[in-house]
Ligand binder design. Structure first.
Ligand SMILES: *Cc1c(COP(=O)(O)O)cnc(C)c1O
Length: 370
């Protein structure tokens, strides 16, 4: 059977790498007989969702028998109002991962060139690979910051799509205003520019964080900025992301490749309410900023390298095989993400969690890092 399936499969699917999505709490509880789990592998919000989102979600549950609005009109109107756009160039995804998939389906032919960052968010290369595109990975420099010279070299050749996260996942570094403008200027005009701002809320107040929409609006080229409700808004389980595009025509194209009802009712209602709870996001960001500083100090005191981070996670050079260390941490109920990309296998990505989870993580690291 395995042979038949392999033979029938598309070549691109057969050769595709796996997304490293990690273990569930229950799996770890069962396998290692631990009670308290420190979930620090997926960059979730330890404060959970806004109480307003919680209420909106439950109010919507009674309408589960009816299909959701396929155009997510109300939600797009609220997002548009918040971002100073009209609703037409706003597009919704079942998580922003769904938007990455839609962009690849809409734009990439086999052999097209995609340029992205290394280390990278897995889906920035997996979806292009799924469609047979060739991916060029541009490494960060030794300071673990965006390397603009390396980008200039990579962008000297034609590309169909340029996609990167700012701030970066998994590194956490941020490309500042000047660097952002330089990078945009060196991108060939005849390509699709995808700026993944999954951690936007954590650096929106940073004085050097580029106001990407403002910069991109001056560009006569196709672009889209991706954001998500999964991180600072604490709605990862509901799967809602959105794209702010250069033009309504981009959304019309993406609409043709997307599943019609990609945002369920509860998700549409909760996301809309979550957007209005500005105080909850502010609390979440403050929590992360404080706990990140504590976690960083602890990790530095253990003699490890910690990349600069403007996000809700830290990328740590543990000077040993990070997958083996992550495995040992599971025995203490601590789930973190070892990086598996070549060149970064000594790096661990640790999410900033609740105070208790962060302490559990540091205590476990002290026990099993020797
Ligand atoms: C978490 C993350 C996403 C995916 O977010 P979803 O909206 O949950 O799909 C996309 N891009 C980056 C860089 C992320 O870190």
């Amino acid at each position: 059977m395995k042979e038949t399936i392999e033979r029938l499969a598309r070549r691109e699917a057969r050769q595709l790498g796996r997304y490293n999505s990690g273990l569930s709490d229950d799996a770890v509880r069962q396998r290692f007989a631990v009670k308290d789990i420190a979930r620090l592998a997926s960059n979730e919000n330890p404060l959970g969702m806004s109480p307003l989102a919680d209420a909106a979600l439950w109010a919507e549950v009674t309408r589960t028998a009816c299909y959701p609005d396929p155009a997510s009109l109300q939600l797009r109107a609220v997002i548009a109002a918040r971002t100073g756009m009209t609703p037409e160039p706003v597009v919704m995804g079942n998580g922003s991962e769904n938007l990455l998939e839609m962009l690849c389906l809409a734009f990439l032919n086999p052999g097209d060139r995609v340029v992205t960052l290394l280390p990278s968010f897995g889906l920035h290369h997996l979806y292009p690979n799924m469609l047979g595109a060739e991916v060029t990975l541009v490494p960060v420099n030794v300071q673990m910051e965006y390397d603009l010279d390396a980008w200039a070299q990579a962008l000297a050749q034609p590309a169909k799509m340029v996609v990167f996260s700012n701030p970066s996942n998994p590194v956490g570094c941020m490309l500042g205003r000047e660097g952002f403008e330089r990078l945009i200027a060196m991108t060939p005009p005849d390509c699709v520019l995808v700026i993944d701002e999954a951690y936007y809320e954590y650096c929106a107040a940073h004085p050097d964080y580029p106001y990407s929409l403002c910069v991109l609006r001056q560009q006569a080229r196709p672009w889209i900025v991706l954001r998500t409700f999964s991180k600072a808004y604490g709605l990862a389980g509901l799967r809602v992301g959105y794209g702010l595009a250069c033009h309504a025509e981009m959304v019309e194209l993406l609409d043709r490749v997307r599943t019609p009802f990609n945002i369920n009712r509860m998700a549409q209602a909760a996301a809309q309410a979550a957007l209005l709870d500005v105080a909850h996001v502010a609390r979440s960001v403050t929590h992360v900023t404080q706990q990140r500083a504590w976690l960083r100090d602890q990790l530095l005191a253990m003699g490890w390298g910690v990349a600069p981070s403007q996000t809700n996670f830290l990328f740590v050079n543990v000077a040993q095989d990070s997958a083996a260390l992550a495995e040992r941490l599971l025995h203490f109920g601590v789930i973190v993400k070892p990086w598996l990309e070549a060149g970064y296998t000594q790096w661990l990505r640790i999410s900033v969690g609740s105070e208790a989870a962060n302490q559990q993580c540091i205590a476990a690291l002290r026990q099993c890092a020797q």
